[in-house]
Design a protein around this ligand. Structure first.
Ligand code: HEC
Length: 252
């Protein structure tokens, strides 16, 4: 009886495993280090330069990034804040990272709203982002002229193509259940950009590192606090054990 119950339970959760493991494209592992604040800082610059015209990160304030990465107010104005408010005054250092693009405008321009990117690294994961940003390829059937390996039929243009260059898909033919199907084998650089592939990978890694920081700015503190708490618990265990021995030594 018990065995049957366990078997039923296993069968019920089995599809979730296969879902998590399967599903298409191999994701490249993102070579990031969230404790490397210099990389986060470079990523913040890339984000403002290449993404912030469309995407907001509206749960983050500019001066929080400055504090966490050790940027001065001057550096912050020089590197991250180029916008003005509706009165034409420069954006305040403590402002949220919001963009002026409305959903209605975005729908007209891209056919869809442009998502806020504050929490995307948590929803999608660093590896997904690292792969997504590096796997745009030319596709004449798309309105932007570009498609993406991990986000098929994406409506975002490849905003990094001047750096990466333009990739094209190399196809292979597979026989599935007796039918020949064409699938993408790999991507190949068809036109060079201003960076080499290695330089571009580092650029994207910094950007992803920033987005991982963005999704949880306290994670470094959380980790170091966690270690301190564990050390405290170990010491406390020793003290508690010695006390227990002392209290109980006559009770036998
Ligand atoms: C020209 C406007 C524009 C720029 C600039 C831009 N994006 Fe996008 N992005 C979009 C649009 C539109 C979508 C929605 C795509 C869709 O749903 O098909 C999108 C979607 C995304 C997504 C998928 C979000 C999700 O979870 O579905 C990510 C991640 C992303 N962008 C990252 C970036 C990054 C990083 C940059 C800077 C390097 C950037 N984008 C620059 C327009 C833009």
């Amino acid at each position: 009886m018990m065995k049957r119950k366990i078997l039923t339970l296993l069968l019920a959760v089995l599809p979730t495993f296969s879902y998590a493991a399967g599903g298409g494209v191999h994701l490249d592992s993102a070579p990031i280090d969230i404790s490397d604040m210099e990389s986060v800082k470079r990523g913040a610059n890339h984000f403002v330069d290449y993404c912030f015209s469309c995407h907001s990160a509206s749960y983050m304030r500019f001066n929080r990034i400055a504090r966490d990465t050790g940027m001065s107010d001057g550096e912050l104005r020089e590197n991250l804040i180029f916008t003005t408010n509706e009165k034409g005054e420069p954006t305040k250092l403590g402002s949220l990272m919001e963009v002026a693009m409305t959903d209605a405008y975005a729908k007209e321009a891209f056919g869809t709203a442009v998502p806020d990117l504050t929490l995307t690294a948590r929803a999608r994961g660093a590896d997904w982002l690292y792969t997504y940003l590096r796997t745009f390829y030319a596709d004449p059937y798309r309105p932007t002229g570009m498609n993406n390996l991990v986000f098929p039929d994406v409506s975002m243009p490849n905003v990094l193509s001047s750096l990466q260059g333009i990739q094209k898909a190399v196809y292979k033919t597979e026989t599935r259940q007796g039918v020949d199907v064409e699938t993408i084998d790999h991507l190949e650089l068809a036109q060079a950009g201003s960076m080499t592939t290695e330089e571009f990978d580092v650029f994207v890694a910094d950007l992803v590192n920033f987005m991982v920081y963005l999704a949880e700015p306290v994670q470094n503190e959380r980790r170091s606090l966690g270690i301190k708490v564990l050390i405290f618990l170990v010491i406390f265990f020793v003290v508690a054990y010695l006390l227990k021995k002392e209290y109980w030594k006559d009770v036998h």
